[in-house]
Design a binder for this molecule. Structure first.
Ligand code: ZN
Length: 262
């Protein structure tokens, strides 16, 4: 069996900072969210590596990217430190087929905003309120083994309106104790790549310890894995599949020859 090659990228900033927030974060994720998820998602069909921003080439040298079928992304405080050239390379890889799973505050990452083309802004509140998550589509592979609804006892509220494009398929809807609602799980297709955004996952609550959250992320990895990679194409085709009778007013000019790349 060919394993799905998963790379979990984490900025790893909160987990390494000397502060009360850092201590709290380390109490749930002593080796970082990326290494925690690597353990939690471990399975026969997955080959998982965990990388972080502080590693050479920001954790994603081209060789790693080219050997990644699904990239998972967690960022919050250091979005601006991710180099634009790396964002270009990730985008190209997604368009040719790599899956991308954007988690929690990654909604504001350069790569997510680039692929969405919108601000990806939202409302938020951090008071440790309850979140109830609902499955709202009829059926989807990401639902496998997940109950119709489940609760996270303490969470950060992410609320509507969420500025993402309308072509996303909403899989999960969250309701919060404070009354807000949020499209907490949404899929997108970009080029040949599949994208899943999933909001639960704040650094100072043990949300990735939740078995339903882990199940959803594991299912998402398998859903987002590409069957094949295809390079985007742009090809000139002189002949039609049917005979073209309409007379070309520019017949004396070979317009195709005018389109030479410069
Ligand atoms: Zn957060």
């Amino acid at each position: 069996m060919k394993k799905i090659r998963v790379t979990i990228w984490n900025e790893n900033v909160h987990e390494t900072e000397e502060s009360a927030l850092g201590d709290l974060c380390r109490s749930f994720y002593p080796h970082g969210i990326h290494n925690y998820l690597k353990e939690a998602l471990q399975a026969e069909d997955l080959e998982i590596r965990a990388v972080s921003l502080d590693m050479p080439e920001q954790g994603l040298p081209q060789e790693v990217l080219e050997n990644t079928d699904v990239l998972m992304w967690w960022g919050h405080a250091a979005h601006a430190r991710v180099e634009d050239a790396l964002v270009d390379r990730i985008q190209a890889r997604v368009l040719s087929g790599m899956g991308l799973i954007v988690m929690h505050s990654g909604h504001y990452s350069k790569i997510f905003k680039r692929l969405m083309g919108t601000t990806c802004s939202l409302h938020w509140r951090e008071v440790g309120e309850k979140e109830r998550i609902w499955k709202v589509a009829r059926r989807h592979p990401i639902y496998e083994g997940v109950p119709e609804t489940f609760v996270l006892p303490h969470t950060e509220m992410y609320g509507e309106s969420f500025d993402i494009p309308d072509d996303g398929k909403v899989l999960f809807l969250s309701w919060y104790e404070g009354g807000n609602v949020f499209r907490s799980g949404v899929t997108f297709l970009r080029g040949n790549g599949k994208i899943f955004y999933f909001s639960p996952g704040h650094e100072t609550f043990p949300i990735y310890h939740d078995e339903n959250v882990q199940k959803i992320l594991g299912n998402a990895v398998r859903w987002a894995a590409p069957e094949v990679y295809r390079e985007p194409w742009n090809e000139f085709i002189r002949e039609g599949h049917e005979k073209i009778y309409t007379e070309n007013p520019l017949a004396k000019v070979d317009t195709s020859a005018l389109h030479k790349s410069v």
